[in-house]
Design a protein around this ligand. Structure first.
Ligand code: RIB
Ligand code: CA
Length: 307
């Protein structure tokens, strides 16, 4: 089997954790590295969570490299209300035994893509600060990356406020750099991720997966306590699932411009599906039944493997 190498930039974060678990559970993917950024919680915590997840999910020597502790220009915002102070809700993982890899995430992204041009899918499921810095460090990463897939934005609505989705709102300037860097951004936004809800039936299937349930269930129960009707949405997991099976989603070319000035609209991803020069492929729908087949099947195999 040809494995697809992925580099996940994230801010774990409950749905980040379940996205990393999906990657860990998928032999079709090779996890080339995890880079962390401040977002849902602070950088020290997102990094500690990534290190704990590396060991809990038996990810071996996958590098974990911390990046930016704050947005390029703006003051940091967070999502502690949604993810808890730990960033993983009520899940308690064994403290990691091994430290993060030396260096900065932006440099790691550049060096990893340089070493394997055309091979690696960069999956960014947090604020885009690290990715923007990497673009500024080495603009050629837009050619070296096989693809850039982000969980972020929306062509229709926000979540952290009516106009903007959290990842983009946290660092609109970084997002603007990423969307104008010259690659075609695969945008997995709220248009589709809000359909990936952990219903009680889905949660029941997560309860019988051995020690993996000790991550999935307390995370989703905490997430669900603050979620809207229908259960919590596994936003970031959709981005990883889209790498596993791109046909899971419908993609439409569009020009996405990031609002960086609006008093009420900063962070809005203004999406023009009729633009002559698209810079993105925007996911507009998802086969939710197939999504859960993929995700729960992968978690079940991982649960058996972890014991
Ligand atoms: O808006 C959802 C996104 O913001 C997800 O990536 C979640 O982890 C938070 O970072
Ligand atoms: Ca995230």
């Amino acid at each position: 089997m040809t494995r697809t190498p992925v580099l996940i930039d994230c801010d774990p974060g409950i749905d980040d954790a379940l996205a990393i678990a999906l990657a860990a559970a998928s032999p079709e993917l090779e996890l080339a590295g995890i880079t962390t950024v401040a977002g849902n919680v602070g950088l020290a915590q997102t990094t500690a969570n990534a290190l704990a997840l590396r060991e809990f999910l038996d990810l071996g020597d996958v590098p974990v490299v911390p990046g930016c502790g704050r947005p390029l220009l703006r003051d940091r915002i967070h999502a502690v209300r949604v993810h808890g102070a730990s960033g993983l809700g009520d899940a308690v993982l064994p403290a990691p035994l091994r430290a993060a890899t030396e260096g900065h995430a932006a440099e790691f992204i550049v060096s990893t893509l340089r070493e394997r041009p055309g091979e690696i899918v960069l999956v960014a499921v947090g604020p885009l600060t690290n990715v923007a810095l990497a673009v500024r460090l080495e603009p050629r990463i837009v050619e070296w990356a096989r693809q850039l897939v982000i969980m972020g934005g929306s062509s229709t609505r926000g979540n952290h406020n009516p106009a903007a989705e959290f990842n983009i709102l946290t660092d609109p300037e970084a997002a603007a750099i990423v969307f104008t860097a010259g690659w075609t951004v695969r945008m997995v936004g709220l248009d589709v991720t809000l359909t990936a809800r952990v219903t009680p039936q889905v949660l029941d299937r997560m309860r019988v997966l051995g020690r993996l349930s000790d991550l999935l269930v307390p995370c989703c129960e905490y997430y669900g306590a603050v979620a809207a009707e229908g259960g919590p949405a596994l936003h970031d997991t959709c981005a990883v699932a889209s790498v596993l099976e791109p046909s899971l989603l419908t993609w439409e070319p569009a020009r996405v411009e990031v609002e960086t000035f609006g008093r009420y609209t900063a962070g809005m991803t203004v999406t023009d599906f009729r633009a002559p020069r698209p810079n993105a492929e925007v996911a507009t729908s998802m086969d939710v039944r197939r999504f859960w087949e993929i995700v729960l099947g992968a978690y079940s195999r991982l649960g058996s493997r972890l014991g």
